[in-house]
Design a protein around this ligand. Sequence first.
Ligand code: AMP
Length: 417
Amino acid sequence: MSFASLKLHHDITQQVTKLGYTNPTPIQLAAIPAVLAGKDLMAGAQTGTGKTAAFALPLLHHILQTQNSNNAQGIQVLVLTPTRELAQQVHASFVKYSANLSIQSVVAYGGASINVQLDALKQGCDVLVATPGRLLELIMKNLLDLSYLQTLVLDEADRMLDMGFIIDIQRILKKLPESRQTLFFSATFNDDIFALSKTLLKDPELIEVDSRNTTATKVEQTIYAVDQDRKSALLSFLIGSKNWQQVLIFTRTKQGADELAKEMQKDGITTQSIHGDKSQGARDRVLADFKNGKVRALVATDVAARGIDIEQLQYVINHELPYNAEDYIHRIGRTGRAGAAGLAVTLVSEKERYLLTDVEKLVDEQFIVQWVPGFEPDLNKAANSQKKREPSKKALRAKALGLSPSRDKKPKTRRRR
Ligand code: AMP
């Protein structure tokens, strides 16, 4: 099916053709007609599937219609994103898709000058892309008029909940017109997501292009067992011997990201780290250097990596597995974007095996764990750590009785009864 058949405004179809998009992606095919029809949407789609255009294109179409009917007013579309990087990326997409239209998109996020953002807003704004904190700041200072809002988009809603934005979101919702269209995008679904969607959406259309909680289909996933203290050496070996360029690496902590980047530098691989402790300017510079090839490897935390969109990114490496299995899906979704092939390599120490099991359950797939010659895990070490992790008799007893060990640990409460 072609873009022309979606009945978007001619100028929009022309622009996507100019960008080289030949056919709509599955999420675009499903979402665009629903958004054009003014419906609320609950869409399961991860980054890399073309989901930004799935909402941006029909919303630009709506704005053009309003402009043509001479009702053009203030902010008509508000997109909320969990991170600055994603906000920048969504804004850049709106700019790209509306390059031949007189529609203004403005981006607002914390950690950057509010005055610059206010100046941009004063120039006129049809689409505002914002992170919750900065948006609330603007609202509370009475610097925004949201009374003309027609559509609210919650992008990567699962991540917003993970990052604790629920209170902010609820405060923002109170300031928005009740009669509006709401579009809800989430890479993963769980009970919290359904609970939030119920309070937000009216008779939504449910769209799931990927089956629920699955990983990107074109990403090859390889798992290597390795001792924790040999992970960095294995990482440098893989990147060097296979001549991988532009490799995105994940660690769990900011400190871990910095340390790993330093070690890899020492191994002769130009590496930088990106995380929340770095200034916005530093993050932007690092990302630009990574995109243009000046930096070969980028070590990122989960939050900072959200929104990184590099079309040809082929390699993602999990130096450590995330505690939250859903983050695995987000991580490897950085590669294999828009149908391109990608490789996700995960390094697993014996202590992390339970995290791998969590991932396997979530994606409903059993991975084959391999060894790299020369980096085989020390089986004695592995056996010892296995012994250490065997549950205590007390824990087993609690399990048999259906009690959680923590309840077991509260004798005082029992005595009072
Ligand atoms: P997203 O899932 O919105 O982050 O998009 C991932 C990438 O796919 C972006 O680089 C888009 O430019 C690209 N893209 C979006 N829609 C299409 C399409 N229909 N054909 C080809 N590329 C696309």
